[in-house]
Write a protein that binds this ligand. Structure first.
Ligand code: FE
Length: 210
């Protein structure tokens, strides 16, 4: 369940050249520019925006929620407007719902149908998230899946699986690790991994070595 980056040939470039989708997109893009619907700088801006989104955005929301109980309430009741408060742009037609882990319930997100993912706050999904294996097993045997990520909620904790759709995207609000009371928001955000925001894992207990 990891990205296959072990081979060294220029895989991406080859795919780029051959993909019929890429050719269609380029042809469409050229037409839209020619007709004056879009300009080249607008396209570049949009690409920059899409590339700028990453799990760091989700981690920032979590760190603020851990340190500001009122913000946490807003994040849980209206995630998009809470994200805008922190300068994020969660523009997407789909609803964004943040689900909170508690000592009683651990949440896990999946899209059983395809690969719906809260890109506005997490960027692009990892390859394993889109795999048939994850999509089917996350629902059937979520604890076994989490074990493979090196984590399993304690016995007695309920596992709630949220199935994303075209209409609703989910992000997990993990529990703040014990022993982090003195940490500031920035250090707290560094504990929050992408996998913890999906729910296959939990935040690091201490800052990563740098
Ligand atoms: Fe999907």
């Amino acid at each position: 369940m990891s990205d296959d980056n072990t081979h060294s040939h220029p895989h991406k470039e080859v795919q780029h050249e051959r993909s019929p989708y890429a050719s269609h997109v380029r042809a469409m893009e050229a037409l839209l520019v020619e007709k004056g619907v879009l300009t080249e700088p607008e396209i570049q801006d949009r690409i920059a925006y899409m590339e700028s989104r990453s799990p760091a955005n989700g981690a920032m929301l979590v760190a603020r929620a851990w340190t500001d109980p009122k913000f946490k309430q807003r994040l849980l009741s209206d995630a998009k407007s809470a994200a805008r408060e922190l300068g994020l742009d969660p523009t997407h037609e789909a609803e964004l719902i943040v689900v909170e882990n508690t000592p009683e319930v651990h949440n896990l997100i999946v899209c059983t149908l395809c690969s719906c993912y809260p890109r506005a706050v997490l960027g692009r999904p990892p390859d394993w998230y889109k795999s048939f294996e994850y999509r089917s097993r996350a629902v059937r045997e979520p604890r076994a899946v989490m074990r493979e990520f090196g984590f399993e909620p304690p016995e007695g904790v309920e596992v709630a699986v949220y199935d994303s759709t075209a209409d609703v995207r989910y992000m997990v609000l993990p529990m703040r690790p014990p022993g982090t009371e003195g940490m500031d928001e920035e250090d707290l955000a560094a504990l929050v991994t992408r996998d913890a925001l999906i729910g296959v894992s939990v935040p690091r207990p201490t800052a990563p070595a740098s």
